[in-house]
Design a protein around this ligand. Structure first.
Ligand SMILES: Cc1cc2nc3c(=O)[nH]c(=O)nc-3n(C[C@H](O)[C@H](O)[C@H](O)COP(=O)(O)OP(=O)(O)OC[C@H]3O[C@@H](n4cnc5c(N)ncnc54)[C@H](O)[C@@H]3O)c2cc1C
Length: 369
């Protein structure tokens, strides 16, 4: 058993690093445990919504600002559905950041902030015993509090019986090719494919292609490119920069910010429909909020239950509305095409209406970090 920490954060993705950096900046001794090794590609559309860019800047600190300077800006979203094209201005613009770079930069920032960060360390169990005892592949660790940021389908999440929803398949790769500064969503029966420009390792512009669909609709990313005629035509000149990655199952989950006495952040709290492009933002904000909620407890100013309640309430106010809005939009996609037509036509002709819908899928502004 090593010397106790104030806080153990499980998972080194956007939620975990956000929590760890925030807690370390508040002066806590933080241990961050990550199963994998950075850098690594990840199945993700890589759309980082504008609401979290100021927080991301703060988390990265001076040493990692280059990431934001290199990132591409996305000022429009185009939705290709039922033979129509809905254009939505993205104002302020979102950022397109490869997860290969984003997750590494946040990991490095956590270390520079004083977090003890261990990679290739899988957490196997959490026990509550005079604080918490966390057993991991590298040994046992103890702390006064734990944040679970281990993503949507970790060994720690599966036990929570959140597996009843429909199971989607996700595929992603970068392609050599060109495109406008837009995030384009091509919808087809049984899924959709998101396409946007992203910065490659040598500073070149690549195209990120990321799809989510029902198993059986397509077997490969190549098949997905043939699922929509416009996408097929556009992708003819593209060539893959690396072999496609896959993830299964992807299950949409309503948020559960607290389990027992552990705070859940990011996908570990709940998985939002990826087509709204807010998962990274929810992860950054949720991690930040979870760490801040724990501070009064770690300072000995309140009971742990109060910190858990504070986190649950701020989560409900600021982040939960995104899940509601995205679930309504998902239901809309499920109605017969004929019923969708008048609404789509209205959006096609009114960028203001379309912008309003986009805003409804964004997390509420609250004072953070
Ligand atoms: C198809 C698809 C497209 C998407 N597109 C977008 C998009 O364009 N924009 C957007 O904002 N979001 C998008 N998302 C969602 C986004 O990827 C997630 O919401 C985001 O990664 C959540 O971050 P996180 O830190 O909670 O989890 P993760 O990024 O999954 O990080 C969790 C980390 O925990 C580690 N871990 C797991 N188990 C353990 C363990 N037992 N011990 C230690 N470490 C562990 C994992 O290795 C991982 O590094 C998309 C998702 C999918 C599936």
């Amino acid at each position: 058993m090593t010397q106790p920490y104030d806080l153990i954060v499980i998972g080194g993705g956007p939620a975990g690093t956000s929590a760890a950096i925030t807690a370390a900046r508040e002066g806590w001794r933080v241990l961050l445990l990550e199963r994998g090794r950075f850098p690594r590609h990840k199945v993700c559309g890589e759309f980082v919504s504008a609401e979290s860019l100021a927080l991301l800047k703060w988390l990265l600190g001076d040493a990692e600002q280059d990431l934001l300077q290199r990132s591409l800006q996305l000022s429009e979203s185009r939705i290709f559905l039922d033979g129509r094209t809905v254009r939505i201005p993205v104002n302020p613009p979102a950022a397109s950041i490869a997860r290969y770079d984003l997750d590494l930069a946040l990991w490095n920032a956590a270390q520079k902030t004083g977090v003890t960060a261990l990679q290739e360390t899988t957490v196997q169990g959490i026990e509550r015993e005079n604080g918490f005892r966390v057993s991991a592949s590298a040994g046992e660790f103890c702390a006064g509090a734990v944040i679970n940021a281990s993503g949507r389908w970790s060994n720690l999440r599966r036990a929570e019986n959140h597996s009843s929803g429909f199971r989607w398949l996700g595929l992603k790769a970068h392609f050599h090719g060109t495109m406008e500064p837009s995030v384009d969503l091509y919808f087809f029966d049984g899924g959709y494919c998101g396409v946007q420009p992203v910065r490659g390792p040598a500073g070149e512009t690549l195209v990120n292609v990321c799809a989510l669909f029902r198993p059986g609709v397509a077997a490969t990313l190549e098949d997905v490119l043939h699922c929509h005629p416009l996408l097929e035509a556009r992708s003819r000149s593209w060539t893959a920069a690396f072999s496609p990655l896959s993830t299964f199952p992807v299950i949409l989950q309503d948020p559960r910010p607290v389990s027992g006495h552990v705070l859940n952040a990011g996908d570990a709290a709940g998985f939002v429909d990826p087509f709204v492009g807010d998962g990274i933002s929810l992860a950054l904000r949720g991690g930040n909020m979870a760490a801040r909620s724990l501070s009064p407890f770690l300072r000995g100013e309140c009971e742990q239950e109060q910190s858990l309640e504070e986190y649950t309430q701020s989560y409900r106010r600021a982040l939960r509305p995104v899940y509601r809005a995205s679930s309504l939009l998902r239901k809309f996609l499920g109605v017969p095409r004929g019923l969708r037509a008048p609404f789509l036509s209205a959006c096609e002709n009114s960028p203001r209406l379309a912008s309003y819908l986009l805003e409804a899928t964004r997390s509420r502004s609250v004072e953070l970090y």
